[in-house]
Design a protein around this ligand. Structure first.
Ligand SMILES: [Zn+2]
Length: 552
């Protein structure tokens, strides 16, 4: 064997060297150019003055580079750049596809969701996007060898680049200050889409807040609560509160939507509050807020945790409370209440992969009502219209509006298909609420029933380029904050309320602020926590024994 025929050792490809400042600038340009499509599109729409827009863009690119260079320290630079690139890829996907703004509430909602719900967002297109714009650039950053100067030389060299960049950014800002101030003040969503600064900053804030929140203990509320008067007929009062999911008022025919999405409720003797505002735009905000007495103005995640809620006050009054959940949990509301999960039970008649049709809860209602022997409040937390896989929220019998969008990648469907599919979810929710009312009616011989239905928040279906929900409240479109609110009164309740007065009240503004006090009023609970001005029925009640409140 000659020496030439011996196997040659394969030489690895030499890892290229790159200067730390060069890599920092390349990374900054990459992030600015490839992770900020939504920001650029919105800036293009919001700025009338193109010169000011160009100055704004140049100033921001300089600031991207300044931050990147300032962090170009040995051992620190690679982890930071990899985190930035991967966060930017994930952030840009949700911003560009759904118009999502990644704030603290959105992150909390994401953390509290179930794996099956989150799974609908992990599509092949998302994975391809993450590989192309996150994993591959991150691998490149890991692969190259970064040349770092000695410390003092690095400080000097970095400052020689940073100072001119800061001066250019300042010049850009000052030259167009009036336009930039006007646009950012008028369109607060713009700066919230700056990627990856905003998502990373909010993720840090979320982690810090979560650590502080974990030690909060709920303080007692309304411990003086008592049932002011029994129903004259002696029957137990039973209130079912249906917490809707992602139903928007705009698509309820009860509120004037052209399609007949509420055929079953239209045949029931219900009251529809046509101008109702949600507390938040995401489940993790709205659900605890609507059960708290704090009102939207006074509510914060921390204040919600630090105070007991409606179910606790009802409990103090000796009322039996239960929470049935077919969603992602009560978000802390039922921490001190009997809780039953229908999605965890995964009943094969209604469920697939821990996602269940709301009929599963209705099927159990008759048995529960048969056993009720005291004043009771039952909460049914629906799966409702939760996206993006709207087509999985209803049985085929409710696929009335076609063609549907039979994928979780709703951005790939025509908007008309998305709306068809969403409307079918509303049609099914209409059936669910009407079925609960029918069950309550069937037991009226031994209970005095009532029902409240309120959706937690609405949904965007492509309007203004937005999908899903969770927009910061201050910039959220009405589709995400205008929610349906339905009241049904059984015989006893109805005799206590002036129908004409109630019809008039139903046309006036209402909100999640009203749930706490209206429910206490319906259950005739007297408590210092009760505020009659927030009970939508208080001004229409005629019978004194249903008048709640500390003064009663
Ligand atoms: Zn929700």
């Amino acid at each position: 064997m000659s020496i030439d025929s011996l196997p040659q050792r394969v030489q690895p490809i030499a890892r290229p060297h790159i200067g730390s400042v060069t890599l920092a600038v390349i990374a900054a340009l990459y992030l600015a150019a490839f992770a900020n499509r939504t920001f650029v599109e919105r800036a293009y729409v919001y700025f009338d003055n193109r010169l000011a827009m160009a100055a704004f863009a140049l100033g921001l690119i300089c600031l991207f580079a300044v931050c990147s260079i300032a962090l170009s320290v040995e051992y620190v630079m690679k982890p930071i750049l990899v985190t930035a690139v991967i966060s930017a890829a994930a952030g840009s996907w949700f911003m560009d596809q759904f118009g999502t703004i990644i704030d603290v509430d959105m992150l909390r909602n994401a953390v509290q969701t179930t794996p099956s719900e989150a799974g609908h967002l992990i599509t092949p297109a998302f994975i391809a996007h993450m590989i192309a714009f996150g994993i591959l650039p991150a691998c490149l950053i890991c692969w190259v060898r970064i040349d770092h100067r000695p410390f003092l030389a690095k400080v000097k060299w970095n400052l020689m680049v940073i100072v001119p960049l800061v001066l250019i950014a300042l010049a850009c800002g000052v030259s167009s200050a009036r336009s930039i101030a006007s646009v950012t003040r008028l369109h607060r969503d713009l700066m919230l889409t700056l990627n990856p600064f905003v998502p990373i900053g909010n993720a840090i804030a979320f982690v810090m807040q979560s650590r502080q929140d974990s030690v909060i203990v709920a303080q007692p509320l309304g411990t003086d609560a008592r049932v002011a008067a029994p129903v004259l007929s002696g029957k137990p009062r039973v209130l079912v509160i249906v917490v809707g999911e992602t139903a928007r008022a705009e698509n309820f025919s009860l509120g004037g939507y052209a399609r007949d999405t509420n055929p079953e409720l239209a045949r029931q003797d219900i009251t529809y509050f046509s101008d109702t505002a949600s507390c938040g735009t995401a489940t993790a905000v709205s659900v605890p807020c609507m059960f708290s007495n704090l009102t939207r103005r006074g509510y914060s995640h921390r204040a919600g945790l630090a105070n007991e809620n409606l179910l606790d006050v009802l409990g103090h009054a000796g009322i039996n409370t239960k929470w049935w959940d077919n969603n992602t949990g009560s978000k802390g509301v039922a921490d001190r209440t009997a809780y039953r999960s229908f999605s965890d039970a995964n009943d094969p008649r209604y469920c697939r992969d821990n996602e269940c049709l709301d009929d599963g809860m209705v099927a159990e209602l008759d048995t529960w009502l048969s056993d009720v022997d005291q004043d009771s409040v039952l909460v049914l937390h629906q799966m409702g219209s939760h996206g993006p896989a709207y087509y999985q929220r209803y049985p085929r019998a409710f696929a009335r509006f076609t063609p549907e969008c039979k994928t979780g990648e709703i951005g790939t469907c025509d908007q008309s298909r998305v709306v068809n599919t969403y409307d079918n979810t509303i049609l099914y929710t209409d059936h669910i609420i009407a079925s609960v009312i029918d069950a309550l009616k069937a037991h009226q011989n031994k209970i005095a029933p009532g029902l409240i239905y309120m959706s937690d928040h609405g949904e965007s279906l492509g309007e203004f380029g937005l999908y899903l929900h969770g927009a910061p409240y201050i910039v959220a479109p009405s589709q995400q904050t205008h929610v349906p609110f339905v009241l049904w009164q059984g015989n006893e309740m109805k005799t206590m309320v002036d129908g004409g007065c109630l019809s008039k009240r139903a046309g006036e503004p209402a909100s999640h602020d009203n749930l706490f006090h209206t429910a206490l009023g319906i259950m005739a609970v007297s408590s210092s926590a009760y505020r009659p001005e927030l009970d939508v029925l208080s001004s229409c009640r005629s019978a004194p024994d249903m008048t709640a409140g500390a003064s009663s």
